[in-house]
Structures are given as structure tokens and as C-alpha cells.
Design a protein around this ligand. Sequence first.
Ligand SMILES: Cc1cc2nc3c(=O)[nH]c(=O)nc-3n(C[C@H](O)[C@H](O)[C@H](O)COP(=O)(O)OP(=O)(O)OC[C@H]3O[C@@H](n4cnc5c(N)ncnc54)[C@H](O)[C@@H]3O)c2cc1C
Length: 327
Amino acid sequence: MLPSFSIVRPTSLDEALSQLAAGDARIHGGGTDLLGCLHDGVFATPKVVSLARVQELRGISRTADGGLRIGALTTISELIANGDVAERYRALHQAAQVVASPQLRNQGTVAGNLCQKPRCWYYRGEFHCLRKGGEKCFAYEGENQYHCIFGGDLCYIVHPSDTAPALAALGAVCRVSGPSSTRSVAVDALHVGPSENPQRETVLEPDEILTEIVLPPAAAGTRSSYRKVRARASWNFALAGVAMALRFDGSMVTGARVFLSGAAPVPWRATGVEQAIVGRALDAATIAAAAEAAIAGAEPLSKNGYKLPLFQGIITDELEKIAARSA
Ligand SMILES: Cc1cc2nc3c(=O)[nH]c(=O)nc-3n(C[C@H](O)[C@H](O)[C@H](O)COP(=O)(O)OP(=O)(O)OC[C@H]3O[C@@H](n4cnc5c(N)ncnc54)[C@H](O)[C@@H]3O)c2cc1C
């Protein structure tokens, strides 16, 4: 049952920030994750601040330099329907299409997607795990088939967002407003790994609001993609995924940003893959080296060793496909 809490619906960003400044409140974007957490007792709050009526957080528009500004309340369906996203930021477009189900994409926002809580069944269940303030991660010696192979330290979740690795690969930046200042946080610096703090997912403070996401202009020669493998083809979280934004000069890769999903407690930068392909054409030997580099240093748990060949396979496949594309 959903516990009782008060809900406020400010109509401006300033009003929303002052509601949060009073303390002990949670932000509601589309509510698809927040309400599930409250319903399941993952955490509790006396007050929910709904952003739904804050019009300045809506909309997608081009920036003066040719990039794209995506308001925090943009739904995943609106991302998919946007022509600029489809044409110029293919990785984000592909990632948005594989988020959850049509109903959830209609309701869920892009900021909520970046800030959602992990899907670990111990965290979501009746286990007082480390992330909830307990003493241990139950997944480490338990049912860990969906957990991480990189970056696990005390807690072994995987980051659940599909748009986060795509936005990180594309070099997106979040704008964040707090009670007295605003700041920018690159999407690849937004999330907090367990070795830093196993009880928080992002660097955002409870009184801060992610207001918009800004994508840089799509540079000439850039090809991007997002690939996700899940246990069933209808809605489900990633078992393994890869977001890539590669820059080409002819057949040569001149720049690369590669992030894995379903791999680590944060979108995981695959620097080994980047190093294996930059300065090279994507021939069979380079792709094989990149696939090998993707799993170097992985530390699979007792039940998720299957992820290693899965990551190798999707990286091979995606690099072959991206090499064959013209844009
Ligand atoms: C059955 C199911 C399947 C799903 N499958 C997927 C999937 O395959 N891939 C995927 O990526 N996600 C998936 N999701 C997760 C999620 O519902 C969506 O990602 C959605 O986009 C979350 O957005 P929301 O606006 O509903 O978030 P909310 O529930 O409103 O918020 C989520 C969190 O973000 C915080 N938050 C929201 N907006 C802001 C803001 N502007 N500033 C700061 N903090 C904010 C909230 O306080 C809360 O902690 C799934 C969810 C469900 C229930």
C-alpha cells in the first residue's frame, strides 16, 4: 500500500526549490520509479514535490551553438518523437526506444530516468541491505545473475538507466539548480559509485533539481548507437548494453566515447574499447581487440559470468554495424 504523504505542485522552479529547501521531501517527475519505491517501502517521505506544473522544465529546443536543450520533464516518448534526437543523436534515440514499456515511456521523464533508484531485488525487497543503511550487500553471495561485473565494491548493483550511457557517450551535460546557485554536471560525472558512497546514486543534493540536459552539437563524422540485450524482448532492464559515439575521418576512428549499461553501479566507461579503436580503421583485428578489451578487469560474481561473452558479442556486433554505416 502507498503510505500517506503530502504532495505539493509548484508552478515555477523557484517555488519548487523553496519547497525542497524546507527539507525532508522527494522530487516527483513522472513518478514511475518514485511511487514504486514509496509503495514498496524502499524509503519513505512525508512530502512529495511534483514538478509536473513547472512549465520551464519542459520542451526540447536547439541551443545557439547548434546543440540540443532537453527540459528535465521531457518524457521518454517525447525524446523518441523529436526529429533532432532521431537524426542527430541516434544513440539517445535508440536508447529511449528500449526504455520500459510504451505506457512508462509516456509518463517517465528524462531526468527521472537519469536519477532512478537501482533495480536490485534485495534493495527493492525486504532486505535491509547496505544501500538502505544495513551492513551488507546480499547479492554478493546471493542471487547475483543481474548484478555488476565492474565497479562493485561493497554493493553490486547495476545502474538501471538506458538513456544515461547514451547521454554520457554523446557528451551531454546536466544543468542543476539549488537553493542559491546553479551548476553544470556532465552526465558521465552525475552518478556515484559504491566505493564513494553506497547509499547515494547521484551527486545531486536533496534540495537540488536537475532542470535540463544539454547535448553538444553533433560533430561532423560522428556515428553513434545504443544496443541493449535483455532477458525478454518486451520491457526489461539491460542485462548488457553499449552506447558508442565514434568520430570518423574516412574509415579511421579519430575519437570515441563508449559506455556500458548492465555492467556496473554507474554507466561504465569502457576506456579499453576506446583505446583499442582510436587511430584505427574498424577492421576485424581491431574489432576483436576492442571486444577483448571490453572485459579486461571484469570481476564477475558467482552467477553472472555469462555477461562477459555477452558484452564481447554486442561490442563486436555494434562496431561491425557502425563501420558499415555512412553516418
Ligand atoms: C516496470 C518498469 C520497467 C522499467 N524499465 C526501464 C528500462 O528498461 N530502462 C530504463 O532506463 N528505465 C526503466 N524504468 C525506470 C523508470 O520508470 C523510467 O526510467 C522513467 O524514465 C523514470 O522517470 P520518472 O519521471 O517517472 O521518474 P520519477 O519516478 O519521477 O523519479 C525517479 C527518481 O528521480 C528523481 N527525480 C525525478 N526528476 C528529478 C529532477 N528533475 N531532478 C532531480 N531528481 C529528480 C526522483 O526524486 C526519484 O528519486 C522502468 C520502470 C518500471 C516501473
